[in-house]
Each structure stands twice: as C-alpha cells, then as structure tokens.
Write a new protein. Structure first.
Lengths: 165, 525
C-alpha cells in the first residue's frame, strides 16, 4: 500500500539523492567547461624568429618604428599580419626593441621627438628610452622583444613582459 | 541572513511559493518509472542547449572557417572532444528518448481526451527535434555534412510546385549548396529552432499541468505529490541517461572528416541513423513515383501521427481493449526497423585510404620506413613518447617538419631522400579522424608497392586516384583489365604485350616486383 506522503527518513533519503545526483551532473559538466573555456590551446609554442630591419640602417640612439610581417596562430587560423616595434640602436651590434603597446591599457605608444620620450595618447603615460615609466598610470616599463642579430639583420622573438616597477 | 534574503525575494517575485506550487502538484498514485521520459527529454534539451552554446564559443559559422574551427575545438582545446561528443551523442539520445516518451504516452492511451493538444504539440516537438538533427548535420562542413545535405536539399527540390521555392529558402543555387545554405542552416539551428522549441516545450508542460498526469484506468489510492517521490524517479532516470551520454562522449569518438569537397565524387553520402529509413524508402520509388517515397508517405505518416487522438477516439485506455492501436504500433516499429536495417546492410564500408594517391601511399611507407611510428601513435588513446597523430592536428609548416624528420628519425631516416621527406611533410597535415588510421592500417605490401611506383616515377605517365598524368593508361581498375602474370611480363618487356608502347622495360628486383604487382592488383576500381 502506498502512502500519500513518505515518512520522514525516507523523504530525507529521496531529497538527498535528488540533490546529490543533480550535483554530480552539474560538476561533470562544469569542470570540463572550465577547462574548455579557460584552458586555451594545448599546443602553445614559442613565436618563430622573424626578420625585422637592418641594424646598419638604424641611427644610434634614435628610436625608430620598424614594421615587419609575422605569422601568428590566431585561434584556429594562421594569420600573416603586420606588426611593429620601437627600436633603439644602443651599440654597433646592439639594439633594443620595445613592444609599441602601452603597459597600462594597450594603446599604441609613439615617439615624441620634442619631449624625447614614448608617449601614450590614451592616458598620458610616458616612457624613457630605457623603457622605464616617466609619468602617468602605466604600471611597468615597456615590454621588450627577444633579439638576435644575424649579420646585420635584426631577428625578433617572443615579447618579454617587463618587471613591475 | 539567507532567511531574510529569501523573504525579500519571495515578497517581490513569489519565486519560492512558485517552486512549491510546481513541486507539490498532485499526481496519480499510479505514477512511476514509466513516466520519466518527458523529464529526460527536457533534461537532454538543456544539455544540448548548454553544449551547443559551448561549441559556439569556439566555432566560426562560415564555410571557410567552420571546419578548421571545429578541428581546433577537437585537437587543441581541453575537453573539446568531450563537448562535441556530448552534443553529438546527446542529439541521438534525444531522438531515442523523445520516441520512447511518445511510445509510453501511446501505450498508456494518455493522448486521449482532453489531452489531444498536448499530444499534437508533442508531435510538433518531435519534428523540431528532427529539424535540429537535419540542420546540425551540416555544421561540421566535412564531406559527410556536405554530401548529406546536398541529398536533403535535392529531395526538397522535388516537391511539386513548391520545390524551387523551398530550394531558394534553403539557399541552394543550381543544385549546389554553399555559404548561403550554411548560414540558413546555422541560423535555423541556433536561433529559430531553439526559440520555437523552448516556447512549445513551455506550452507542452503547461498543458501537462493543466490536465494533470494521465491516471491509470483504475486509481485505487489517493493522489500523491510530485515531489519528492516522482522527482526522485525522474532524477535517477536522468542520471542514468547522463551517465550513458557521458560514457559515449568519452569512449566513442565522433570523427571530423575531410573538409567538404564538392568535387569528391568518391564520397558515399549517408544521413544520420534516424533518417536512414527515409533514405531507404527512396530506393523503392523511382522516376515519377519518387515523390511518393520522399513526400507523400512521410507526409501521411506525420499527419496520422498528428491526428492520432482524433483517429482513435474510443475512451478505452487498457491495452487489451486497444488491439488495433497496438497492431498499428507494431507495424510501424517493424517497418522502421526493417528499413533502417536494410539501409545499414547496404551501406558500403570504404576505408579512407582506398582513395589515396600513390604519393600519399608512399608517404605512409616512408612514415614506417623512418620509424616515425616508434614515437607517434596513430590510434586514439595510445601512448607513445611523441604526440599521438590521432589526437592532434599537424599544423607545422613543411620546412619545420622536414627539419624535425631529419633531427628525430636518427639511423632509420638516413636512407631517406629530401623529396621523400617533403612528400611526408605534405601528407601529414592532411591527416584527419577518418584517414589517420592509414598510418598503421594499410597493408605493408601495398605501401611497399607505392614506394616502388614513386621511386620509378610511374606517375609521370600514369594516373591513380586523381593524381598523375594520362600519357599512359590510367591505372584505376587495371587489376580488372589484366591478370598478375600479364602485368609481370609487361613490366619485364612491354613490347611483347602491347606492341608499339612507349613504356620502357623495368628490371625490378624480385621483392620490388612482388610489391608493385601487389599494388597494381589492388587497383580494382
């Protein structure tokens, strides 16, 4: 004979089972979803070295924006795109290359010849030729590219994030 | 704190009392395990919506990028295969559960007055479910998707009077499908169908509540509450369903085939299993009668299903008093099962590598010769030191690959020539779920034959599977034209067999001769 309302311990078991099973299902979906949305590509690989300008053509200690072409994996696409770096020749065989991206919120910085600094047009951060923050809200110095010199060709690699100031 | 928040919410939205009202519905005491299917179907719909949204988060809905973005999901993202597996198998299980739900309602006579509208809405929901399957089938944009949908649109095109308009609506032009059809199917799959289905589901559940759960012929006990006893049974059934779905998604790989290729005439289109019976019906109606199989019969079947509550108006709900209804049901099941079985048994199985050119076959030979398989497995789940080629997509460019081959192959790779490395480097990025098994599955004698074929540059005059020159006879079907002995003698001295031929004589070593003859005799079509 079925009673119309289950007795208390039995009711407790039913409710606990419902909650538990639904919890397991939710977890079985939520955990993979977290990996799926947050994990990014499993096949990360370092950027290839890419030729960007000729060191012989750079004037010593004068920042110059060098535009180069690189191939980048963009999600499921492999794109060929233009990118640029601010380069300063610091010696016969030495050059530093800054990423043109302001470390504050990602606007492109440009060289202000009069003020002798890199200026961000968005929130007036400015950076010296050593990359360090001179003024404004930028939290750290400009990021630098890894650099190799092959003959007189400048090769750019990964962008290294600068330390927090 | 929580208590006051709940009170605040209750006062403003009535949420809690609403849930209570929903859960404390009276249902007949006879309710039980046979009534869990509706809840499972609703649950699966939610799983489909969830996994569908997740797939959309990494999917580009255009013909130019759909395939590569899905490949990205499968080969580069954590749990990407799981998401697609859940969505794919969830669709199949949805069909099963919806049909079981209808069977239960039919057997229990629960479609009878006053529940006719609930039944009819259910039939529309079944059609919407099939619509999801049909439109979703195109979205991977591989050969399976493309050719399956070509057939579907061509069936629709044969509709009297309406044909051209349906075709235009499906975005098909000149019998081809492309970007427009794809966009329409995608739009239907993710915008129209989910919205309409959600609305009708709501109405369906509303009607179930309005009329109450159908009682047994004789109810001996007073009604019980929906919660917790029936909710418990529903939850256990849902959990079991989910466990099966999850296991399928993990264990059974859903292949992503070759990118849709309108010129690939070797592909044999087949629809999803739940449409196979319709596919089979079309074989029995030819010429002007075709429309009977493609439109008239399915149309009548859907109409009969839709009008079931009005065709069977008798009040009897006990099975024994409804022999007619049971007979019809049995006939339908036998008909569906028979047609599906016939379609399955007539589906030819063709290994993807059977369409390989000699160069691709030889690349497999070089993969084995250079011992690449010692580090790289080619079946899912197998573990070797290097990346498993069945689990990843080869995305490196050719120069990188050639350098990697030379660096990594060691002693076994010494005898390889530059051109052979390059051919292997061109071949590996073409691997997909359908053909990756070729690396271990092609019989070694055929692979060795293809290597001999490549080394002697036979492709400069001959043609196999779409690659080569046609100065000499194309070699597909050569095994049907000549026997092995004739071929061997022809290699040794072509002039004796075909006077005036420009083919030079080939003095193969005995083992090379065996290999190339094996390869030639395999070319039967």
């Amino acid at each position: 004979m079925k009673s119309s309302s289950p007795t208390e311990p039995r009711r407790g078991f039913l409710v606990a089972s419902i909650t538990g099973l639904m919890g397991i299902i939710s977890a079985a979906l939520a955990l993979p979803t977290a990996g799926y949305l947050l994990g990014g590509s499993k096949h990360k690989r370092p950027a290839d070295w890419v030729a960007a300008g000729d060191i012989a053509k750079l004037e010593p200690n004068v920042p110059e924006q060098i535009v180069f072409e690189r191939i980048r994996r963009d999600g499921w696409k492999t794109v060929k795109e233009k990118a640029s770096a601010w380069m300063i020749k610091t010696g016969e065989k030495e050059v530093v290359a800054y990423s043109p991206i302001c470390t504050h919120l990602g606007c492109a910085v440009s060289w202000d010849g009069a003020a002798k600094n890199f200026a961000c047009p968005c929130h007036t951060s400015s950076f010296g030729t050593d990359g360090k923050v001179l003024a404004g809200p930028a939290p750290r110095a400009l990021d630098r590219f890894d650099i190799k010199i092959d003959g007189t060709t400048i090769l750019l690699g990964e962008i290294r994030q600068s330390d927090k100031a | 704190m929580i208590k006051s928040a709940r009170a605040w919410m209750e006062e403003r939205t009535g949420l809690e009392s609403g849930i209570h009202h929903f859960l404390n519905e009276d249902i007949p005491a006879s309710s039980g395990w046979h009534q869990v299917f509706g809840s499972i179907a609703l649950f699966l719909f939610m799983v489909q919506a969830f996994t569908g949204i997740m797939l959309a988060m990494n999917y580009a809905s255009t013909t130019s990028e759909a395939h590569s973005s899905l490949r990205y999901i499968l080969t580069e993202l954590t749990a990407g295969r799981l998401m697609r597996g859940l969505h794919h198998w969830g669709a199949s299980m949805m069909i099963c559960v919806v049909v079981l739900h209808m069977l239960q309602v039919f057997l229990w006579g629960a479609y009878k007055k006053p529940r006719e509208a609930t039944w009819m809405l259910g039939v529309v929901l079944l059609l919407l479910t099939l619509g999801f399957g049909l439109t979703g089938y195109l979205l991977p944009w591989d050969n399976r998707a493309y050719w399956g949908t070509v057939v579907t649109t061509q069936i629709a095109a044969k509709a009297p009077v309406m044909g051209p308009y349906i075709l235009a609506l499906l975005g098909s032009q000149d019998g081809q499908i492309g970007a427009v059809t794809f966009a329409r199917f995608y739009g239907a799959h993710v915008l129209i169908l989910p919205a309409v289905t959600a609305l009708l589901l709501f109405l369906h559940v509303y009607l179930v509540r309005l009329h109450g759960v159908a009682p047994a012929p004789v109810e001996t006990a007073p009604p019980i509450k929906f919660y917790p006893r029936q909710v418990f049974k529903d939850t256990v059934a849902i959990f079991a369903t989910f466990a099966v779905l999850f296991a399928l998604a993990v264990a059974v790989r859903v292949p992503l085939g070759k990118l849709a290729d309108p010129t690939d005439v070797s592909f044999i289109p087949r629809p999803e299993w739940y449409f196979l019976f319709l596919f089979e019906v079309l074989k029995y109606f030819e010429g002007p009668l075709e429309i009977v199989g493609s439109m008239v019969l399915p149309g009548i079947a859907v109409l009969l299903l839709f009008l079931t509550p009005f065709i069977d108006r008798r009040k009897a709900i006990r099975l024994r008093q409804r022999t007619g209804a049971i007979g019809v049901l049995l006939l339908a099941v036998i008909g569906w099962g028979g047609l599906t079985a016939a379609a399955l048994s007539s589906t030819p199985h063709r290994d993807a590598w059977k369409g390989f050119s000699a160069e691709e076959m030889a690349a497999v030979g070089n993969f084995r010769r250079a011992d690449c398989w010692k580090c790289h497995a080619s079946s899912p789940g197998e573990s070797r030191p290097g990346p498993n080629l069945a689990d990843i997509a080869v995305l490196r460019d050719r120069d990188w690959l050639v350098k990697h081959f030379k660096d990594a192959s060691g002693e076994a790779g010494r005898s390889m020539r530059e051109i052979q490395w390059k051919q292997l480097a061109s071949f590996l990025p073409k691997l997909d779920d359908d053909n990756v098994s070729s690396l271990h599955a092609i019989p070694q004698n055929l692979v060795a034959g293809a290597l001999v074929y490549q080394q002697n540059n036979c492709g400069a005059c001959h043609f196999i599977n779409g690659v080569g020159m046609k100065t000499g006879p194309p070699l597909n079907g050569v095994a049907k034209r000549w026997d092995r002995k004739w071929m061997e003698e022809h290699f040794v001295d072509p002039e004796t067999k075909s006077p005036g031929t420009i083919m030079p004589a080939y003095k193969f070593s005995p083992s090379d001769m065996t290999s190339i003859l094996d390869y030639m005799m395999y070319l039967t079509d």
